[in-house]
Design a protein around this ligand. Structure first.
Ligand code: ADP
Ligand code: MG
Length: 224
């Protein structure tokens, strides 16, 4: 288990307001927090400060090893945790674009797109015959919704069985073979254009905040 915190730069609004950065990386896997009357230092396996690029976060957080492990058959999870506006969506998907057709600059692509490329590259180079599919769920107000299924969103039941453990009944699983195909699938769900399906509501910290939890699952199946 690795917990690498990322400190995001102050946003324009915060800078205009005269906010001060109170969280600083000390460079040796520690973070120093200095707010009014509070001083504390915390240690982690890695720390990404405000100047860290998306690529450096991908390389430094162990994502490449996770993808290798996933191809070897292990279940791997990446979990972005933080308060609204802290940079989860930016880290996972890059800056959101204004339309479905507009794509973020390659350097700004998030962990998701980078791990798809890494996954497809590694599967090609190791010559194994792998098949990929994706499912995408949202948990909102205690309800599970399928973000990939067409038509009006409806709540799906969560079930448990001895053989499968916890699973979501009737969850849609979409096959994909290229980075473009899976990226297109996610763009349909998360772009700010009219087709946006994730539940979002205005929030003082972040206008486009999704007040929900999203769970993207990539299934890797070895045909051998
Ligand atoms: P969350 O998903 O945690 O609510 P966001 O990812 O939407 O937060 O980030 C909030 C705002 O900060 C967005 O405008 C986003 O573009 C910006 N932001 C977040 N992280 C960074 C970063 N590392 N560099 C530049 N801008 C960032
Ligand atoms: Mg978000």
């Amino acid at each position: 288990l690795r917990v690498p915190p990322r400190v995001r730069p102050l946003t324009c609004t915060e800078t205009r307001r005269g906010d001060q950065q109170v969280v600083h990386s000390l460079g040796d896997g520690t973070i120093h927090v200095s707010a009014a009357r509070h001083e504390a230092t915390f240690g982690f396996s890695a720390v990404f400060d405000a100047g860290t690029s998306q690529e450096a976060v991908f390389e430094g957080s162990g994502m490449r090893q996770l993808v290798e492990l996933a191809i070897d058959g292990f279940s791997c999870t990446v979990f972005a945790f933080g308060q609204t506006g802290s940079g989860k969506t930016y880290t996972l998907m890059g800056p959101l674009t204004q339309s479905k057709t507009q794509v973020a600059a390659p350097g700004l692509l998030g962990l998701m797109q980078r791990s798809f490329s890494c996954l497809l590259e590694q599967s090609r180079s190791c010559g194994s015959d792998l098949a990929f599919s994706a499912s995408y769920l949202e948990i909102y107000n205690e309800q599970v919704r399928d973000l990939l299924s067409p038509g009006p969103p409806c709540a799906l039941p969560l079930r448990w069985s001895k053989t499968r453990g916890f699973y979501v009944e009737n969850q849609l699983n979409v096959d994909f073979e290229s980075v473009e195909a899976i990226t297109e699938l996610l763009l349909q769900v998360s772009s700010l254009a009219g087709s946006q399906r994730r539940r979002t509501s205005a929030h003082a910290l972040n206008r486009h905040s999704s007040r929900s939890h999203a769970l993207l699952t990539i299934h890797i199946c070895s045909r051998a």
